[in-house]
Design a binder for this molecule. Structure first.
Ligand code: BJ8
Length: 425
């Protein structure tokens, strides 16, 4: 792949040597963690292909779209409405990264005790290894946690095109008004950037495309309910990660095709884990590519992950946008309704998230919950304590895991997770 895309990467300003090293690590990790799994559905071949071309063919597609005058918008948060980007004929891509890179350089800019998700975003910029970031015509930051909102002040001078969206911290009428006015402002900004006037017809198409994508992953989530599990949690997480990169229509049809196959596997009782394998619900911080450490430890210890209460998972995809309105005002309001309901820990208070965890636990028949907190992520680490307490009071075994992107704690995590699995058995 390297030679085929070298000129494109050079044109984007990537550091080819560092980028090559990153791709090698990614390919090796993918081989060891994903391709080594037994009895995967054949529908995963498509997603294997997407990963193998994630810095190749997909970037080529973005560059082709740019040549046709379309704009590429990168975002770090599921509050950024892809529907509005699509309505302006743009392409929306996720920019969160799940690996440490250029850490020494990053720590000259950011305190060491910044969460790995933020440091990684800076590392991919400073190390010049992210073609999505470099291809983006607009990078959308958002005022969510303190770490993110303060770090965008430092990211701004490093990129030409940062746009910061303000977001509410409280689920009040005032909070809703903040989201409403920010979505109108974002619509105007997208119109300016693209030169496309977003009318009701365009916005409806954007809403339908993203709703269809969400419906596809909802179908997959429901199918994971079966015992024996017809698909691993690792593969499901991968699909949720690819959700942020792939062409929406192609992604949607590939997920449905996979689901058709999974239905056949369920009928044949053909699982990827033995029947009765301990079932785990993961909850907490988002896991961006290639952050596969914790799910890999869990599933290689004999338990299966049956759901993710996470932004790269159900927190990000729950609820469709209501499609009853024909007017642009009504559609923006429907977007506000849908996104305002995301139960991110940046909200205070945030009781809805605990309700979601409880509902997912019973819907997917989870035997226990593992709460994943990134070190130095105050919102999720602080919430993890009442989450654990409440679930344990309900006799739901719960394990709190705080970690980062390094592999240093793998042995220790494995010991804790194996003991937890023994407990829920
Ligand atoms: S809607 S979860 S994607 S803000 S891990 S950077 S919270 S210190 S990512 Fe998020 Fe939007 Fe919320 Fe979802 Fe801060 Fe925590 Fe780091 Fe985090």
């Amino acid at each position: 792949m390297s030679q085929q895309y070298e000129s494109m990467w050079r044109e984007l300003g990537l550091d080819l040597t560092a980028h090559d090293a990153l791709l090698k690590v990614l390919a090796q990790g993918y081989h060891d963690i994903f391709l080594s799994q037994a009895n995967r559905p054949t529908g995963m071949d498509y997603f294997n292909f997407v990963v193998s071309e994630v810095h190749g063919l997909r970037i080529q597609e973005l560059m082709d779209a740019k040549r046709q005058g379309r704009k590429v918008v990168g975002s770090y948060c599921v509050f950024v409405p892809e529907e509005i980007v699509l309505a302006a004929d743009g392409v929306c891509v996720g920019l969160c990264a799940g690996a440490d890179f250029a850490t020494d350089e990053v720590e000259k800019l950011l305190p060491r005790n910044t969460c790995a998700l933020i440091k990684s975003a800076f590392g991919f910029k400073l190390g010049k290894v992210c073609p999505y970031l470099e291809a983006a015509d607009m990078i959308v930051g958002e005022n969510t946690c303190d770490g993110k909102k303060k770090s965008y002040e430092l990211l701004g001078p490093l990129v030409k095109n940062l746009y910061v969206m303000d977001l509410p911290q409280v689920k009040s009428e005032k909070g809703r008004e903040v989201l409403r006015s920010e979505y109108w402002r974002f619509k105007e900004e997208m119109e300016l950037l693209s030169g496309v006037k977003i009318d009701a017809e365009r916005l409806k198409k954007g809403i339908d495309a993203v709703n269809a994508k969400r419906e596809a992953v909802h179908r997959l989530s429901r199918l994971r309910n079966s015992d024996p599990a017809p698909i691993s949690g690792l593969d499901s997480l991968l699909i949720n990660q690819i959700y942020f990169y792939d062409d929406p229509a192609r992604f949607t049809s590939s997920v449905h095709k996979l689901c058709d196959e999974i239905e056949e596997r369920i009928a044949a009782r053909n699982g990827v884990f033995p029947e009765g394998a301990p079932r785990i619900l993961l909850s907490g911080c988002p896991m961006a590519v290639p952050n596969w450490k914790l799910p890999w430890i869990i599933e290689s210890s004999g338990a299966v992950i049956v759901g993710e209460e996470s932004c790269i998972g159900e927190r990000g995809t729950r609820n469709l946008v209501e499609t009853t309105s024909e007017s642009i005002e009504g559609m923006i309001e429907a977007l506000v309704d849908r996104y305002f309901d995301i139960n991110c820990a940046i909200y205070t208070p945030n009781p809805g998230r605990l309700d979601d965890i409880k509902a997912m636990k019973s819907e997917y028949g989870a035997d226990g919950v593992i709460h994943y907190g990134l070190q130095f992520c105050q919102p999720y680490q602080i919430e993890s304590i009442p989450v654990e307490k409440t679930l344990e009071q309900m006799s739901v075994p719960t394990l709190r895991v705080d970690t980062d992107y390094s592999m240093e704690d793998v042995g220790q995590l494995k010991t804790r997770i194996e003991a937890f699995i023994e407990r829920i058995k």
